[in-house]
Design a binder for this molecule. Structure first.
Ligand SMILES: C[S@@+](CC[C@H](N)C(=O)[O-])C[C@H]1O[C@@H](n2cnc3c(N)ncnc32)[C@H](O)[C@@H]1O
Length: 275
């Protein structure tokens, strides 16, 4: 039997030390694998996203789309099914391997191009009609990186090209401050075994960062694995300013994939931007 009191004391100790910094890294093969096997979005959600993308970005039938941080390629495959030419880029070796595996299993996807690369290092010149960044990873970039990324995307897009960025809303992130969640899971970031997971959130609005800590306690032996995820907070004002600097403009903000116009009660923002 595990001694829960000992475990809680150990977690408290770790929190006070605050020094262990296993920052989640998409380049880490096992982290990416665990992420995709635990929290990847399903086909129904992907379908809604595809309809939204085609409708709100007003894509012509021959449009070329750049999926930045494409993961296992779920949006690329769905958009390709609708006849679009898609290039998916991701930093994770695991994600691109999975994407290429699915591609090789079906001849109809032979035109999709998957590239294992950091999206901050792309170099395209007016080749794409649209770029998408879906499932919140935009907030993993700090201010300097966002400026670089927007410049690269601007360069990659054709005249009046569109960008779609999905990001957690400012209010949603602020509301997470101090929130703790407990769960017993068969698999999570630490791997595929039964574990007790504590998720702990700290939001520092002044520094504009959200730190999420996951403490995963392996139930077989009480070993604790600690992970940190740092996200940067972007409100609409800051987004407007960053876009202006990059020669881009925000044309609409939605609060969900069903096309509701964003207001402060929404948890997510889906930004539609134009070059
Ligand atoms: C939350 S997942 C979303 C994946 C996919 N867009 C989806 O909706 O299923 C974020 C993805 O962004 C990728 N990513 C994060 N930073 C990146 C970077 N600098 N360059 C390329 N890909 C990156 C990660 O490897 C991961 O696959």
């Amino acid at each position: 039997m595990l001694n829960l009191e000992l475990i809680f004391n150990k977690i408290d100790e770790l929190k006070q030390l605050g020094s262990v910094n296993n920052e989640l890294d998409w380049k880490d093969y096992n982290f990416a694998k665990n992420f995709y096997n635990n929290v990847a979005r399903n086909n129904k959600q992907t379908d809604s996203e595809t309809k939204f993308i085609i409708d709100k970005l007003r894509l012509k039938s021959d449009a070329k789309i750049l999926d930045l941080g494409c993961g296992g390629g779920r949006n690329c495959f769905d958009l390709s099914d609708h006849g679009y030419k898609v290039t998916g880029i991701d930093l994770s070796e695991y994600a691109i391997k999975e994407a290429n595996k699915t591609k090789s299993e079906n001849n109809k996807y032979k035109d999709i191009n998957f590239i294992h690369k950091d999206i901050l290092d792309i170099n395209y010149n007016e080749e794409f009609n649209a770029a998408i960044l879906i499932f919140n990873h935009f907030s993993s970039f700090n201010n300097i990186q966002v400026k670089k990324l927007l410049k690269k995307i601007h360069q990659a897009l054709t005249h009046q090209g569109k960008i779609l960025i999905e990001i957690s809303s400012h209010n949603q992130i602020l509301s997470l401050h101090g929130v703790q969640e407990w769960a017993i899971l068969d698999s999570w970031l630490a791997g595929y075994f039964k574990q007790l997971v504590l998720i702990d959130n700290i939001v520092d609005n002044k520094k504009e960062i959200h730190i999420r800590k996951d403490y995963c306690v392996r139930l077989s032996d009480g070993q604790i694995f600690e992970y940190t995820q740092t996200s940067y907070i972007y409100d609409l004002e800051k987004i407007h300013a960053l876009l202006r600097l990059s020669g881009l403009k925000l044309i609409q903000t939605y609060g969900n994939w069903q096309g509701k116009i964003f207001d402060d009660n929404d948890d997510q923002m889906i930004l539609i931007i134009q070059k």
